[in-house]
Ligand binder design. Structure first.
Ligand code: C2E
Ligand code: CA
Ligand code: CA
Length: 637
């Protein structure tokens, strides 16, 4: 530990030297003990045994002391403590010396040694820095006094240095971490940029476009979406090469960015296709914007030294208030409009209309066709037998709607029923199904008919009264009329549904819960509805042999049905194995291709009249080759 002594009296130097020199072991031990007493266990054992090692430097004048400190700073061998005399003629006094030393070394402990009250401690502290690093000793001093002070201050100085060093290391580590953090953030934002931008043009890519579109769609404001395809791009690519093609794409992207209404987005969706998203409200205004954009694209550009005629076709859709805003659908429609534009030539802007959409066209065609289907006699009912578990006697038939069109051939109920459901057509068609079923029912001796009702029919005003009226008019016992409804129909408004079902049950109608298991009804909830049977959805029967879950679901539905005193009809039974498994599980009724496909009303009547049992009678012949019964084909009865 280095100590500086600044005193103009050589005799004083001698007394300091004596205070610090460990000339005999007794002295060393004394110093060691003293240090130990002062600092306890913090000291190195070496220090305790031999006393702290002091390296003394002497100066006779203030200026000499200051330069000793400067040297020490330069050589990185700093002093821990400086003992400074106050009066040192002819040079600078102790206060000035202290001030200059402090200016050089902020950490050094300064001990002012004074015989007179030349300066007050505050005065010196003011010029020579923090009060916790300035100390006083009065002359003449005791050896022990100086020793103790040197040891105490030296130790503190070392402690401070260690602390500073630790702080610096920590600061360095923090800096390093910060740098790493910055680098990570930079990497991440680079990755984000790459994921969301097209590398050729630096424009947002398809992903970013889709996201922006979703956000815009959610905002509720009106906006426009356009798809842009470059005209003659393939020609440039093929004749001038890919580099020219790339250059043209960059150029056109810049043109689009310049000409899109401010705040709009230009994204490169791939190849020579761009997507535009901008805030213009209303089709007319958006179309004008697009016409301007198309015009900007239709000029001559320099591409790698060649003059190239630019051009773009645009398909546009502008959202109307309250219209569907599904982003995928919007892009699809803008794309359909673009196809139309492309087909009609170059540089054309086309606004989407429903006529461009095949699915919408088909929908319209179905709607129109369906509204006249009854009058044209295109609807019919097919009947699929429902058998009981013991002898597989046919106890009822499910009525299934068929539509034979002149223009499109047969169209399945899965296609047209949902469309009818979206308009009031479902009521007209549903009424026809009920009347037709009742008519057929009159020709069967005992069997019941099971009729599908869509949720809208079920919720129709006066549903129960209408049905009762129809049944009475046909003179049929309501117990032979089963109403099939789905979970959606009853759980959307459970209280009202419970009430309707109760009334129907009171009148004697049978109620079946169709497609059971596919909806969201809790098993517990179905207790409060007046039901006769559950129909297990075909998908579970289909999965029975393959997936453990399906088999388990089938099992538990059957258990539940039995526990609630309900019948359970398994739909879509196609194999002998399924039949056996269902019988074992206790399923009360079955329906499916294994027994019969849906058959015509004429054929259904024949089967009904023979009170046919699949297990006992001869296999039933198919009415048409595809109407298999138990898989075998025999002559008609
Ligand atoms: P659903 O009520 O689940 O009718 C059962 C469907 O499964 C029928 O199809 C039937 O032909 C078919 N199917 C029966 N057994 C088997 C089998 O073993 N394997 C296979 N793969 N399929 C089988 P369909 O006739 O095409 O009817 C489809 C849906 O159309 C019906 O499903 C029903 O939701 C609806 N639907 C049919 N007729 C009417 C109706 O008059 N009114 C209403 N609202 N909906 C109807
Ligand atoms: Ca059904
Ligand atoms: Ca069903």
């Amino acid at each position: 530990m280095r100590i500086l002594i600044v005193d103009d009296e050589p005799a004083m130097h001698e007394s300091y030297r004596r205070s610090f020199t460990c000339d005999d072991s007794g002295m060393a031990a004394t110093l060691g003990e003293m240090a130990a007493e002062l600092f306890g266990d913090d000291l190195a054992p070496d220090t305790v045994e031999h006393g702290p090692a002091f390296e003394l430097t002497f100066a006779l004048q203030g200026a000499e002391g200051v330069s000793a400190v400067a040297d020490a700073m330069r050589d990185k061998k700093r002093f821990a403590v400086a003992f400074i005399d106050v009066r040192m003629p002819p040079g600078i006094d102790g206060r000035d010396t202290a001030q200059r030393i402090r200016a050089l070394d902020p950490d050094i402990h300064i001990v002012i040694v004074t015989g007179y009250s030349d300066f007050t401690p505050t005065e010196i502290a003011r010029v020579a820095g923090p009060p916790d690093k300035i100390f006083y000793i009065a002359k003449p001093f005791e050896v022990a006094e100086v020793q103790q002070m040197a040891i105490a201050l030296g130790h503190r100085w070392e402690g401070d240095r260690e602390l500073t060093a630790a702080r610096e290391t920590l600061a360095a580590q923090v800096r390093q971490l910060e740098e790493q953090g910055h680098e990570l953030a930079a990497n991440e934002s680079r990755a984000m940029h790459l994921a969301n931008h097209d590398s050729l043009t630096e424009a947002p890519n398809r992903l970013a476009f889709r996201r922006a579109l979703s956000d815009r769609a959610k905002s509720g404001a009106q906006f426009a979406v356009a798809m842009v395809d470059l005209d003659r791009f393939k020609l440039v690519n093929d004749t001038l090469g890919h580099l020219a093609g790339d250059e043209l794409i960059r150029t056109m992207c810049a043109v689009l960015q310049r000409s899109i209404p401010s705040g709009g987005m230009v994204a490169r969706l791939g190849g020579d296709e761009f997507g535009l998203l901008f805030d213009t409200a209303g089709t007319d205004a958006a179309e004008q914007d697009c016409a301007r954009i198309a015009k900007a694209c239709a000029s001559t550009f320099k591409v790698l030294g060649h003059s190239v005629q630019g051009g773009a076709s645009i398909g546009l859709i502008a959202t109307e208030p309250g219209e569907s805003r599904d982003p995928v659908d919007l892009m699809r429609r803008a794309d359909l409009a673009l196809h139309d534009a492309k087909r009609d030539g170059r540089g054309i802007v086309r606004v989407y209309d429903d006529g461009m959409d095949e699915t919408i066209r088909l929908r319209r065609a179905i709607e129109t066709g369906l509204s006249g289907a009854i009058a044209r006699n295109e609807l019919s009912l097919a009947f699929q037998p429902i058998v009981e578990r013991e002898q597989l006697e046919i106890v009822g038939f499910e009525a299934l709607l068929r539509w034979e069109t002149d223009t499109h051939g047969p169209i399945g109920p899965e296609v047209f029923v949902p469309i009818a459901e979206e308009s009031n057509l479902i009521h007209e068609i549903g009424d026809w199904v009920v009347r037709e079923s009742l008519k057929v029912l009159c020709e069967w001796p005992t069997q019941y008919v099971s009729v599908n009702f869509s949720p809208r029919q079920f919720r129709r005003h006066n549903f129960v009264a209408r049905l009762i009226e129809e049944v009475q008019r046909a003179g049929v016992d309501p117990t032979r009329f089963q109403i099939e409804i789905t979970e959606t129909a009853i759980f959307d408004d459970a209280d009202r549904a419970a009430d309707t079902l109760y009334k129907l049950r009171q009148m004697g109608f049978r109620i079946a819960l169709d497609d059971f298991g596919t909806g969201y009804s809790s098993l517990y909830n179905i207790r409060k509805f007046a039901l006769d049977c559950l129909k297990i959805d075909r998908s579970f029967i289909d999965g029975m042999g393959r997936e453990r879950e399906s088999a388990a679901i089938v099992q538990s539905i059957i258990h539940l049905g039995r526990a609630l005193g309900l019948g359970v009809v398994a739909e879509g039974v196609e194999s002998e194995a399924q039949l056996q498994a269902l019988r074992v599980a206790g399923c009360s009724h079955m329906q499916g291709f294994l027994f019969s496909r849906p058959v015509s009303k004429v054929f259904a009547r024949q089967i009904a009249l023979t009170r046919y049992m699949v297990d006992n009678g001869p296999p039933l012949p198919p009415e048409k080759p595809e109407l298999l019964f138990g898989g075998s084909t025999v002559p008609q009865p």
